[in-house]
Design a protein around this ligand. Structure first.
Ligand code: ATP
Length: 232
């Protein structure tokens, strides 16, 4: 579904991604793990058209993805950014409606209804300003806002960051549910253990390069991964 070949990206003189090749098949959860500054967010920004790569190809369903965010969304790829970035001065419902801004009225309301079924807490809080939600609720809202446009592929950047363990479990249950609903997931995480436990395939990124890849189970059992990312 997603094929990235030999991708490199820079910020000025900083080469943040070097010759990155990864793939995600339809219906998979694919994780990218790596430490701070490894290049995970940069990879997602290239896919969603926010950063133009220096070289390489990003193909989605066999065709190149344009480097324009709104066109990438139209093609069925959404990016849920790190730090949630909900619109704190808008209500929960208005945040969701923003997520569906490309849709026609009827589909917009169908999606809103479906999202409220998937996230009952957001229905309860639909008239509340997003800034008054807890961290976990804001993460749910950020994911729900991404799902509003009916994506085929969702890019999740550090969905567990800053959340209590019990809330992290809820977010991860939701990620499984999203996959069961037919959406492919590319999951970027520093929480390597969680990400490797849930995914079908994973890549380890270090200093902008893919260092290792394998199934979640293979990487959980890799001595290198255990030492560097799972606390020995
Ligand atoms: P984190 O989990 O801390 O966000 P990351 O793996 O997502 O880490 P990136 O944010 O992709 O890493 O950063 C990769 C490299 O690019 C780092 O060296 C970072 O300092 C640099 N970088 C990221 N954004 C910018 C920017 N806007 N301008 C200049 N350098 C940047």
């Amino acid at each position: 579904m997603l094929n990235i070949e030999n991708l490199s990206a820079c910020y000025g003189y900083i080469e943040a991604l070097k010759d990155v090749t990864i793939e995600a098949k339809q219906g998979q959860i694919v994780s990218i793990i790596g430490s701070n500054g490894a290049g995970k967010t940069t990879l997602l920004r290239c896919i969603s058209g926010q950063l133009k790569p220096v070289c390489g190809k990003i193909k989605f369903l066999g065709e190149l993805l344009p480097a324009q965010p709104h066109k990438v969304v139209q093609r069925g790829v959404v990016h849920v950014p790190e730090g949630r970035r909900v619109f704190s001065g808008l209500t929960v419902e208005d945040n969701l409606l923003v997520g569906g801004y490309l849709l026609k009225e009827k589909e917009l309301h169908e999606n809103l209804k479906r999202n409220y079924e998937l996230f009952p807490i957001l229905k309860e809080r639909k008239n509340q300003f997003a800034g008054t939600l807890s961290g976990g609720e804001q993460q749910m809202l950020a994911i729900a806002r991404g799902l509003m446009s009916n994506p085929k592929l969702i890019l999740l950047d550090e969905p567990s960051l800053g959340l209590a363990p019990i809330i992290v479990n809820q977010v991860y249950d939701l990620i499984k549910q999203i996959r069961e609903n037919g959406v492919t997931v590319l999951l970027v995480e520093q929480n390597a253990r969680k990400a490797l436990n849930i995914c079908d395939k994973a890549y380890v990124i270090e200093n902008g390069r893919i260092k290792l890849s394998g199934t979640g189970c293979e990487l959980l059992n890799s001595e290198e991964v255990k030492k560097a990312y799972l606390g020995g």
